[in-house]
Design a protein. Sequence first.
Length: 446
Amino acid sequence: MTNEMEILCQCVMTSIQVFFGFHFFVRFLQKKIKLCFSLLFGGVVVGVIYFAPGGTIVELGIFALSLAAAGIFVFHTDWKTAVLYAVLTVEIMQLSYGIVNSLSSILYPYLFVFEQNTVGLVFMLAGEAASLLLTGLCYRMARRYFSDEMYSFRCGTMGKQYLLLAFIPILMIFIMDEYINSFVYGMAVANVDGAETELYTNHYQMLAIQLLGMSSLFCILFAYKKLLQGFCLSTELSLLEQKERSLNRYVEEAKARYDETKSFRHDIRNHIAVVKRLLRDGKLEQAISYIEDLDETAEKMSFPCRSNNPVVDILVGNKLGIAKGMGIRADCTLLLPYPCGLRDMDICIILSNALDNAICACKNLGSGKEKYIHISGCMQGDFLMMEIENSFCGKGALKKGTGLSNIKTVAEKYGGAMNIETRGNTFILHVLLIIPRRANSLTEEL
């Protein structure tokens, strides 16, 4: 009967631990799940742990793998994030229970004067409650100060590339802590001359090791958070530098066009006088030829793209001029309301990177192949959809370089997305941006 009660208590405590850990694992991933599914998950994991052979390390491994599998297949999280948070969840729980167990081992000898059965039951319940309380506190700290930085990294998905930098040391702490616990507490009894003798365990040292392990865990999370912030700042700095270069180029282009327009306006009276004189003298063909020359000069001063946004017109005009000079057929049917709620620099980052990539792709085409660039886009409701289509070689895997990364960063800034499509020798870049609503309309909607 006593063994059955111990097994029942152990199953109940294991169920509570599994449910508790799964609850915070879901919150780490910033997901939601119904209570019935949480209970189902806990029951399945407890059943597997109960029937699985092995010691504590096997049980913890089953729990961690179950959490990772739930993150990947149920919540559709990438495997790196799911594995990292699964190990982090189990490790925090393991260290918390280790700290409380060490404290209980230190305090228990002082209570020998009391009735042992009662003291053992109270200690077991109090230890379980204290362990869960400490685990929940550590979970909340990890989720509040580190989870958002690690999972919702504001520079897009770049932070997930460096998850191994945090995973490897956390996994090392996990393995070392379990090894120490198994070695110290799992071998607490030894046979000496046929008699069972309890090995001496310094619980103060064990408590210090557990505390250092928990401190090291949070130090790793803190260092990883700072590392991601550094990468994010570096990306933002590169974007600012690109904006500065683009702005300087736009200013120079605007100055050049202004000087051309100023010179043309200064000479327009003389041109009109020449045309009048030719018409008065009856030199009709010469007058027509002179007017055609004026029209050609005026056409060179106009923008090949008329999107209603002057900054975009300057940028696209400059890029298309370079493309036409290289023998690339280029046209633009982009229409933008001005102003439209988007920063001009952000739109220019998208178009400049996209057109630079398109020009480079067309330049790498062999002779005799059609080279073209087509820019289109328009506003539909609160959405701005842009499409840049160009010819390319159509061979080899596409690599997302800095240009496409900058485009994706700007798209995510406005809650949109970037998509790449290839059709034979045609490369199509789709960019969707969500126009920020005005405060008044948002207030009315709320």
